[in-house]
Design a protein around this ligand. Sequence first.
Ligand SMILES: C[S@@+](CC[C@H](N)C(=O)[O-])C[C@H]1O[C@@H](n2cnc3c(N)ncnc32)[C@H](O)[C@@H]1O
Length: 309
Amino acid sequence: MPPERVEITDLIIDYDPETLARKPVRKDDVLAAMAERRMGRRAARIVAGLPDVGGVLDEAHLDALFVRIHAELQRLNEEFRQGERLLMLLEPMLRVSSAQRVVDVGCGLGYVVRWLAAHRQSARGTARAWGDGVELLGCDYNRALVTEAQRLAEVEALECAFRVANAFRLREQPAVFTSSGVIHHFRGDALAAVFRAQAESGAVACIHFDIKPSWVAPMGAYVFHEARMRERVSRHDGVLSAVRAHPAATLLQAARAGAPEMVFAMFDGAVGFLPILRVMHAVVGVRREHAAAFRGALGPLGARLSELS
Ligand SMILES: C[S@@+](CC[C@H](N)C(=O)[O-])C[C@H]1O[C@@H](n2cnc3c(N)ncnc32)[C@H](O)[C@@H]1O
C-alpha cells in the first residue's frame, strides 16, 4: 500500500518544529513524495508550475499563494456560518468554565477569531453580550497568514490578537481551544498527540470543527470548490480534505486516548439521510468537573451533542 495522499499545502511548506522558522522545500522532493503517494498527474502539474529558485520553491510566491488560498477558505467559512456555529458551543462553554482565553489552533487568516471579536463588540451592552474580558487569540505557524490576520483585525479595530506560535506551547492558560478545518491534517498517532498536547497546555475545553465525512462530502466539496474557488491548489486540496476528514469514531478514540482527564462528545456527529444539510461536525471536550454544567448550559442544543464520556 502506498502512503496516503495528502494536501499539496502540507507538502510545499515546512517549519522547524522548535523555532517555527521556514525550511527550504525542494520542488523535486515534493514531486517525489507525491509520486510515492500516487497523487496523480493533475497534482504534479500544479506543483511543477510553482516558481522555484535553484530548485527551492520560491518563498515569497508561496506566501502570496497561501494568503489567496486562505482567503478562499474564508469564503467557505462564511458560507458555512462557521462563526455562528462555533459561538453556539463556545458561549455556554465560557459561561461554565474558568477559561480566560480562546485559542484558535491553525487560525489561518483568523476569520473565525475576527468574526467572534466583531460579534462580541456589537453584542456588548445588549442581552446577547458574552465573553467579557476573555482574550481571543489566533495562532498559526505561517507568518504570512498571521500578518494578514492582524492587519485585517486592525482595519476593523477588533479586540483580538494573532501570533506566530505553536498553539499548544503558549505561556498563558487556561484556555478553550478551537479550530476549523485543521484536525484532519493530523493522522494516526499524531491525532492523539494533539489532544495530549492540548490537555498538557492547560486546556479547559476544546471545540474542533471539521468536515463531516459522508457519501456526499467529496462530491459536495468538488462542486463547491469548482464553483467558488479559483486557485488550483484550493480546488485540489478542498476535495482531498473531504476525502481525508476523520469519522466521529476516529476523533473520539484519539481524543480519549490522548486526554483521559477530559470527557469528549461529537456535536452534529450523526450522518443523516441527507448529510448535505449538516456538513461540519465537531469533537467537543471538557474537563470532567465542568461536564455536567456544560451539558446543562447547552439547553435544547444538547440534543445535537452525543454522550460526554
Ligand atoms: C488548513 S490551515 C488553516 C485553516 C483555517 N482554520 C481556516 O479555516 O481558514 C491549517 C493551519 O494549521 C496550522 N497549524 C497546525 N498545527 C498548528 C499548531 N499546533 N499551532 C498553530 N498552528 C498550527 C498550519 O500552519 C496551517 O496554516
